[in-house]
Design a binder for this molecule. Structure first.
Ligand SMILES: NC(=O)c1ccc[n+]([C@@H]2O[C@H](COP(=O)([O-])OP(=O)(O)OC[C@H]3O[C@@H](n4cnc5c(N)ncnc54)[C@H](O)[C@@H]3O)[C@@H](O)[C@H]2O)c1
Length: 391
C-alpha cells in the first residue's frame, strides 16, 4: 500500500467462542502483514515525522475489557512484528458496539475501513443464528453508519466490505461461474446474513454516498486459518491420525484462493478500486472437497514419512450438511482486467507447503483448539459418521 498518512481500521476479532487467538486470525492477520511488508519505510518516516496515528492499524476484537480474553487479545496484537511499524491500539468491544465504533471514528479519523469481522462458519449458523444476525448484519450497520457520519463532506475514503461468493447460492455442473451481476440466492443462514450485509453496504453507498466497495471471494486457504474450516481441519486431523469427516459424497466443488492472493486483491481495491463497484475474486483451482482431502492425505504421508495411502484410510463420509451447496466457481475477469490483479499462488504447490506450515505450528493449533472448539467439533461430527464409503 502506498498511502503515506493513512490509517487503516482493521476489523478482526480476537477470539472464537471463548478462546482468544494468539494472533489476529485467518486472513485479516495476513492483510496486516501485507501492509507492513509493503509500507514499512513509509510507516517509519511517519513516526520520525511525529505523526501520531500514521498507518496505525486498529484492531477491534470481540472481547471484553478485562479478564483473560482481553489479556490474550492484547498479546495477539503484539504477536507479529513487535519491533516494526506503528504501535497498534486495542480498543475493547466488538463491531456491534455503536458507542465504541463512533468513538473510534471520531478519535482516529480513519481513511479506510476494511471490514473483515464476521461470524463465518456455515455449520454453526445452521445450529444457532443469533450471533450471525448480530455481527454480520447489525455489526455491519454500525460500521457503515459510523463511516457515513464521520466521512460526510470528505473525499478519499474507502469502505471495503469483505464478503463471500456464497451469497450467490450454488451452481449446477454446466453453469457459468458467478459474476458481479449474478443474482443473490444464499442457501445457508451464514450466506443469508452476509447477503444482508452486502445489501446494507450497497444501500449506504447509493443512498448516502458512502464510498463503499464490496469484494466477494471464493474459499480461502492459508496459514493461521482457524481449524473449523475444511483444509486446516483435515490437515490437523490427518497429522494426528484422527478420522477425516467428509460431508456426503465429498463431490462439492470449491474454488480455492490463497489468503495472500485475497489480501493483494483487497489492497488493489483500496488503492485503485472504483467506489460503488463489486469485485469477485477467485483462485485458479476448482476441486471437489474429497479430492482436496486426498491431496492433503498424500502431503501429510509424504511429510511424515508414512506409507502412501495411510492417511486416506482415515476418510469417513458423514451425513451431509443440510442445504449444502454443490458447486461454487468465480469469474474474476473484472478485477483481473480493471485492477491488474491475478492470483500468484498455485494450489498444487501451496497445499503441501501449508501442510508443512501446520506441522511447524502445531503448538498454535493446539492453543486454539481448546474447550469451545472441541465441544463444537463433537456436536458437529460425532454421531454423523456413516463409515467408509467408496466415493
Ligand atoms: N474464509 C473464507 O474462505 C472466506 C471466503 C470469503 C469471504 N470470507 C469473509 O472474510 C471474513 C473473514 O473470514 P475468516 O475466514 O477469517 O473468518 P474467521 O471466523 O476466522 O474470522 C472472523 C473474525 O471476526 C471476528 N468477529 C466476530 N464477531 C465479531 C464482532 N462482533 N466484533 C469484532 N470481531 C468479531 C471473529 O472473532 C473472527 O476472528 C468474513 O467476513 C468472511 O465472511 C471468508
Amino acid at each position: 500500500m502506498t498511502a503515506n498518512s493513512k490509517i487503516v481500521l482493521h476489523h478482526v476479532g480476537g477470539r472464537w467462542g471463548n478462546h482468544p487467538f494468539p494472533r489476529p486470525p485467518a486472513f485479516a492477520g495476513d492483510f496486516v502483514e501485507l501492509l507492513y511488508e509493503a509500507d514499512i519505510d513509509a510507516i517509519a518516516a511517519m513516526h520520525e515525522a511525529g505523526k501520531d496515528h500514521a498507518n496505525e492499524l486498529i484492531v477491534i476484537p470481540a472481547c471484553l475489557a478485562d479478564g483473560d480474553g482481553a489479556h490474550l487479545c492484547r498479546k495477539s496484537c503484539q504477536y507479529r512484528r513487535p519491533d516494526r511499524g506503528a504501535p497498534r491500539r486495542l480498543p475493547q468491544g466488538g463491531i456491534c458496539d455503536v458507542g465504541i465504533i463512533e468513538h473510534l471514528f471520531e478519535a482516529y479519523r480513519f481513511d479506510f475501513v476494511v471490514h473483515f469481522a464476521a461470524e463465518s462458519h456455515v455449520d454453526r449458523s445452521i445450529r444457532s443464528l443469533q450471533s450471525f444476525l448480530r455481527t454480520n448484519i447489525e455489526g455491519t450497520r454500525a460500521l457503515v453508519e459510523a463511516a457515513r457520519r464521520a466521512w460526510q463532506g470528505e473525499v478519499g475514503h474507502r469502505f471495503i466490505h469483505v464478503s463471500t461468493d456464497e451469497v450467490f447460492g450454488d451452481l449446477a455442473p454446466g453453469d457459468p461461474p458467478f459474476a458481479e451481476t449474478s443474482p443473490y440466492r444464499p442457501s445457508s443462514p451464514y450466506a443469508a446474513s452476509k447477503a444482508s450485509a452486502d445489501h446494507l453496504v450497497r444501500a449506504w453507498q447509493r443512498t448516502y454516498g458512502l464510498p463503499a466497495i464490496v469484494i466477494n471471494s471464493g474459499n480461502n486457504y492459508g496459514p493461521w486459518q482457524f481449524p473449523e474450516k475444511l483444509i486446516p481441519l483435515m490437515i490437523l486431523s490427518a497429522i494426528e491420525n484422527r478420522e477425516l469427516p467428509v460431508y456426503g459424497d465429498g463431490l462439492q466443488v470449491r474454488n480455492w484462493l490463497h489468503v495472500s492472493d485475497h489480501c493483494r486483491a483487497i489492497n488493489a481495491v483500496i488503492e485503485r478500486g472504483e467506489v460503488g463497484s463489486t469485485y469477485l475474486v477467485g483462485g485458479d483451482s476448482a476441486l471437489p472437497n474429497l479430492e482436496v482431502v486426498r491431496r492433503i492425505c498424500q502431503a501429510v504421508d509424504a511429510e511424515l514419512g508414512r506409507a502412501a495411502g495411510t492417511s486416506e484410510k482415515l476418510i469417513r463420509h458423514v451425513t451431509d450438511r443440510p442445504g449444502h451447496d454443490r458447486r461454487y466457481a468465480v469469474n474474476s475477469s473484472f478485477i483481473r482486467d480493471s485492477l491488474d490483479w491475478h492470483p500468484l499462488e498455485q494450489f498444487e504447490i501451496a497445499l503441501p507447503a501449508l501442510v508443512r506450515w501446520y506441522l511447524q505450528h502445531k503448538d498454535w493449533a493446539d492453543t486454539v483448539r481448546t474447550g469451545a472448539y472441541r465441544r463444537n467439533f463433537e456436536r458437529q461430527y460425532k454421531g454423523r459418521i456413516l463409515g467408509t464409503m467408496s466415493p
